[in-house]
Design a protein around this ligand. Sequence first.
Ligand SMILES: [Zn+2]
Length: 171
Amino acid sequence: MSEPVPFQAVFNGRVPAPQLDANGTPRRGCPLSDLRDRLRRAGLRPTRQRLSLGWLLFGRGDRHLTAEMLYDEAMRAKVPVSLATVYNTLHQFTEAGLLRQLALDGSKAYFDTNPSEHHHFYLEDESQVIDMPDCGITVDSLPEAPEGMEIAGVEVIVRLRRARPNARRQS
Ligand SMILES: [Zn+2]
């Protein structure tokens, strides 16, 4: 994955916001004005901090990251934020429906820049999350929701690890 154009340079108008990625996919560019609109539509004031973190988050297509990963990117892009601000912003974006928090393991929260319902593979050895292809799974039978409740969504996480050759049965 290529490094994003530094937010500061785009913000100050020195560099035009990228519109296309290497494959010509338009979404990855995420021009700044779109991001402003997106924040406003989600009911969030487009502050400089939200814009700069949003730029890093949404400027590179669908992906999954932790607060620490975003903080590292912010440091590399010379965006002056604290880790606490990164946490707060991620939670505000999640509450506003711009991100989805994934329940993977207790110690680390992963955030998905694609908030629509989809399923995931989790590579345990590498702590990496990847989207499952659309046709990857069907859930046919769900329990009835308890009285007064309805099912809001179904999220499947399939945990993967490297196949262990020794465990393979001899044929
Ligand atoms: Zn995902």
